[in-house]
Design a binder for this molecule. Structure first.
Ligand code: NDP
Length: 275
């Protein structure tokens, strides 16, 4: 299906619709900084907001959502369970803490932040309970490799709806994407702009020049055309707007292949097995 509007959504494996574009808030400070950034994003048309317990800015994210005046059901809120609160019952308390800080009575998507060794299978059981109780509209995982998913899938009442992974032109994760697609799990890119490092890439700069777009727009569009949702972060209004300008152009098969070919399995953050 063509993706040509900022309000376009993916239909998750439980029928819930989730925006292709969301706004990232990692390292955005609680208080004025995160409130202002989220308000600018909502003004620019973003309808997905990504936060996490560990970002310590859920309070500001919630305040921005309320200040925006946009009906709650038009905004898709994702938050994540902190790595130190995994287990069979602690996630239920952590979930309540996130709800309270956000000032919401449900979360759209609750993610297991990382596959902490020995803890993620029982954590997934707690997540299934949260979803069964209707307090999160969907549940998913983050930083799960194929072997982590294989550990939970045979016994799963709910297949994770989303796997949020490090994904950018230098880490294209073809095999993981294929596995997730086979199992009805949609992937979402974190650090899609490689935290700014991708701007030095000459191949992408040349494609951007050719199509009359910025490097950020080309990379984010490449995410979407590969079926990967994306959540760029910026605290600058003009960049927030720029990063949303990805719905009125397309990349050719040749340009997509050229960007795919940049893969070098390079991670900007820790390996998913290091937890
Ligand atoms: P991004 O790849 O989104 O890059 C953000 C950086 O790029 C910032 O320094 C920003 O600077 C700069 N930037 C943004 N847009 C532009 C632009 N158009 N031109 C030039 N520079 C730009 O990094 P993140 O690591 O923040 O990833 C995105 C989101 O993914 C996070 O915010 C978070 O929500 C999520 N995430 C999830 C993780 C997980 O484990 N599940 C891990 C890490 C992130 P400035 O603000 O100055 O514009």
């Amino acid at each position: 299906m063509p993706i040509n509007s900022i309000s376009d959504c993916v239909t998750l494996n439980n029928g819930v619709r989730m925006p292709w574009l969301g706004f990232g808030t990692f390292q955005v400070k609680d208080g004025d900084e995160v409130e202002q950034a989220v308000l600018w994003a909502l003004e620019a048309g973003y309808r997905g907001i990504d936060t996490a317990e560990t970002y310590r800015n859920e309070g500001g994210v919630g305040r921005a959502i309320r200040r925006s005046g946009i009906p709650r059901d038009e905004i898709f809120v994702t938050t994540k369970l902190s790595m130190d609160r995994m287990g069979r019952s602690e996630p239920l308390k952590a979930f309540d803490d996130s709800l309270r800080l956000l000032g919401l009575d449900y979360i759209d998507l609750y993610l297991v932040h990382r596959a902490v060794k020995g803890k993620y299978p029982q954590t997934w059981k707690a997540f299934e309970r949260i979803c069964r109780d209707g307090r999160a509209r969907a549940v998913g995982v983050s930083n799960f490799l194929i072997h982590h998913l294989e550990d939970i899938l045979p016994d799963a009442e709910f297949v994770p709806a989303v796997n949020q992974i490090e994904y950018h032109p230098y880490l294209t994760e073809k095999e993981l994407l294929g596995f997730c697609a086979e199992h009805g799990i949609v992937c979402q890119a974190w650090s899609p702009l490689q935290r700014g490092k991708i701007f030095a890439d000459e191949t992408i700069a040349a494609i951007a020049k050719k199509v009359g777009r910025t490097t950020a727009q080309v990379v984010l569009r490449w995410n979407l055309q590969n079926g990967v949702m994306t959540i760029p972060r910026s605290v600058k209004r003009e960049r927030i707007i720029e990063n949303a300008g990805i719905f009125d152009f397309g990349l050719s098969d040749g340009d997509m292949a050229a960007i795919d070919a940049l893969n070098r399995d390079f991670r900007i953050s820790s390996h998913p097995d290091d937890y």
